[in-house]
Design a protein around this ligand. Structure first.
Ligand code: CP
Length: 330
């Protein structure tokens, strides 16, 4: 784990700030105001400092988190589970795809009913599903806080929180940065969430994608109405010359109606040594992962290639979310 200045200088947030999110669900990035965003970041930095200093945290002792994953995951599920263990809490898990189910959803039970039941066993629920709007269904069914761990092509707010945390650790600020979002901007829930945070910081945005996968118009309209400067292009080589943070996404096979549609765009962009050498000095390269072909393995050696450090940041961010939403802080 990278011990940045931000983590080294982390202070315990005030009691008043620590209870700002108590009892709240985390369903989208756009629900956050800047104060809530900053309390998550500050709490995560404080927890990361504790992890680096090997201090034992026990504020979730006796509490149980349900990880209900109806779509594959490595980072999100395991970093939530790690976060809960690091805080002294316990975890129960359903990890299945809609195709290969072992839970009673295979018998026809609705998400609403499943959540109503599990809610009575635990203190906080973390839900991933391939269906847009599933987090809202879960939140309506549950009394306890529900955290959206990725819903279809909609939102993935906890990923966006760790993305912002990573940029702050690596760059020291987001103010004045130009962020380029590359790849599947149509179905990419990580970028749909990330732009909501980038607009709070007033970043300039460049969108690079094949024409079939451009950012949905409702999102570009929202950004324009908030005064955010956006450039849309298909020329990656030109874009990286002005880019401070390049956020790469996978073209997601699972979101296409047919394999043919996926095949037609799958290798549209590959970030390789040529791209990195033409880029603005100090350009940070992020990716929510998993990576398929969109970043060449040879790029991993560059100091700005931060995607594996980014994945590590999922643990302190999710520690912060679990404790802030349940009110079991520090
Ligand atoms: N970034 C992300 O959501 O990864 P997983 O699908 O492995 O959870």
């Amino acid at each position: 784990m990278m011990y940045s200045k931000m983590v080294e200088n982390a202070q315990k947030p005030s009691e008043q700030r620590l209870f700002l999110m108590k009892g709240k669900d985390v369903l989208s990035a756009y629900q956050f105001n800047k104060e809530e965003l900053s309390v998550v970041i500050d709490t995560a930095a404080y927890y990361e400092k504790a992890l680096v200093e090997k201090r034992r945290l026990r504020n979730m002792e006796g509490k149980i988190m349900a990880a209900l994953f109806y779509e594959p995951s490595t980072r999100t599920r395991l970093s939530f589970e790690t976060a809960m263990h690091r805080l002294g809490g316990s975890v129960i898990t359903i990890a299945e795809s809609l195709k290969y189910q072992t839970s009673s959803m295979s018998k026809g039970e609705s998400l609403h009913d499943s959540i109503t039941v599990v809610d009575q066993y635990v203190d906080v629920l973390v839900v991933r599903s391939p269906i847009n709007g599933s987090a809202e269904i879960a939140a309506n069914a549950a009394e306890n806080p529900v955290i959206n761990a990725g819903a279809g092509a909609g939102q993935h707010p906890t990923q966006a929180l760790l993305d912002v945390y990573t940029i702050l650790k690596e760059k020291g600020t987001l103010e004045g940065l130009t962020v380029t979002l590359l790849g599947d901007l149509k179905y990419g829930r990580t970028v749909h969430s990330l732009v909501d945070f980038l607009l709070l910081y007033g970043c300039d945005l460049i969108f690079v994608s094949p024409k079939e996968l451009v950012m949905p118009e409702d999102i570009t309209n929202k950004l324009c109405n908030k005064g955010i400067k956006i450039k849309e292009t298909d020329n990656l080589l030109e874009a990286v010359k002005d880019t401070d943070v390049l956020y790469v996404t996978r073209i997601q096979k699972e979101r296409f109606a047919t394999v043919k549609e996926y095949e037609s765009v799958k290798n549209s962009y590959i970030v390789d040594d040529t791209i990195v050498k033409k880029s603005k000095e100090g350009m940070l390269i992020l990716h929510p992962l998993p990576r398929v072909n969109e970043i060449a393995v040879s790029v991993d050696k560059y100091p700005g290639a931060a995607y594996f450090r980014q994945a590590a940041n999922g643990v302190p961010i999710r520690m912060a979310l679990l404790s802030l939403t349940t009110g079991n802080v520090l």
